[in-house]
Design a protein around this ligand. Structure first.
Ligand code: FES
Length: 389
């Protein structure tokens, strides 16, 4: 049996990412290049769309005859009956360009249930599932610092709002990098938040192409600027948790600098902008691969929603587990196809794989056998993964 599905007695996970059509309830322009989109969540789906600040949803629609999926961070603290995301227009981005020009209240898009590990774990001893609540430590207060660049503010503003509201003891410093003032998303909301928490929120706008009064807040964030920020504004010693969200170079610079200053990796949460090329075929429905049963193939089995499927993958094709699985199950979960979002996470239950990139899984998840199937290639003739685990 090469490409087939069979029942397994396994119980499906109650909270694997699933798409439902949701209606757009409002579209609000944030900047010339960015919109905030609100979706109404019907009461019967409420349990599938609860989330923790910092998580994201994937959106799915059909454009120009092809199915498009993109993931966007949720930009609001949890509110019953609503999910809000911000969509910034990417240069050449098919979906983001279309959405910025056309999306309006009343439109319907497929929206995936929220996912993602870019959440506060302060006070959590285990990597908790999204349904679970903010860590006890976060509710008891703490000191938090975030670095965000551009649309990286989206999950960070949701996290900041929630943590500041969770405890009167919380302090939150936000360093937010943009090219110019006109590019700053949520400018008013951040100012309102500062008004609400004047002594507990430190707001540091850094503009790379505009001169601000303080030279520290002008120009790109590089190693020297970061060192000065740590010497003058941010004290690494007393921070309970760090949040980094932006392009790879900035996030990596911050991670390296924090590590060099002795900050434990467990205190640092990060999320990258997608590194993949979102319009490539792998990002949509799988790269076409022709299977020749007489040639040497890997045998990949995977369990999803209690159904086990099996698919052959030519060894020379070096395709990902996700790519192979999509041939027999178009509903296999994925969003970025670039190792960033974590939507395609599964557990290896037999055989082994190697992962190209991993910007989504925590070390403890990798130690438990979880992999990103969009980045994983078999290293044994037979391999089995479980998306429900
Ligand atoms: S689909 Fe995003 S990490 Fe694999």
């Amino acid at each position: 049996m090469t490409e087939a599905l069979q029942e397994t007695p396994q119980q499906a996970s109650p909270r694997r990412a699933v798409f439902h059509p949701l209606t757009v309830s409002a579209v609000r322009r944030l900047t010339e290049d960015a919109i905030e989109v609100s979706f109404a969540v019907p009461a019967e789906l409420a349990g599938q769309y609860d989330y923790l600040p910092g998580q994201y949803v994937a959106l799915r629609t059909e454009l120009e005859g092809q199915q498009i999926r993109r993931s966007y961070s949720i930009c609001a603290e949890p509110v019953p009956g609503e999910i809000r995301v911000a969509i910034k227009r990417d240069l050449g981005g098919l979906f983001s360009t279309w959405a910025n020009a056309n999306l309006k209240a009343g439109d319907v898009l497929d929206v995936m249930s929220p996912m993602g590990a870019f959440i506060s774990r302060h006070g959590m001893t285990e990597m908790n599932h999204p349904e679970q609540l903010l860590g006890e430590g976060a509710k008891a207060g703490g000191s938090f610092v975030a670095f965000a660049a551009g649309s990286g503010i989206t999950p960070v503003i949701a996290i900041a709002r929630t943590l500041l509201a969770a405890s009167p003891e919380t302090t939150f410093d936000l360093v937010y990098a943009n090219k110019a003032a006109m590019d700053v998303m949520f400018l008013e909301e951040l100012a309102d938040l500062k008004d609400k928490y004047p002594s507990r929120l430190g707001l540091h706008h850094v503009l790379s192409r505009e001169q601000r009064i303080s030279p520290l807040l002008s120009g790109r964030i590089d190693a020297a600027k970061l060192a000065t920020l740590f010497e003058t504004v941010l004290d690494t010693d007393d921070v309970d948790e760090w949040f980094l969200c932006g392009p790879f170079e900035l996030v990596q610079l911050c991670r390296d600098t924090l590590a060099a200053r002795g900050v434990a990796a467990e205190k640092v949460r990060f999320e990258l902008f997608s590194t993949g090329t979102p319009d490539r075929p792998e990002g949509q429905a799988g790269r076409p691969v022709v299977v020749d049963e007489s040639a040497r193939n890997y045998s990949i089995s995977f369990t999803l929603d209690g159904l086990t499927g099996k698919v052959s993958s030519p060894t020379h094709a070096r395709e990902s587990i996700l790519n192979a699985a999509l041939r027999v199950r178009p509903d296999v979960p994925f969003a970025c196809a670039g190792g960033v979002c974590g939507t395609c996470r599964a557990k290896v239950v037999s055989g082994s794989v190697e992962m190209d990139e991993n910007y989504a899984l925590e070390p403890d998840e990798v130690a438990k056998g979880y992999v990103l199937t969009c980045q994983s290639h078999p290293t044994t003739d037979e391999v089995a993964v479980d998306f429900d685990a």
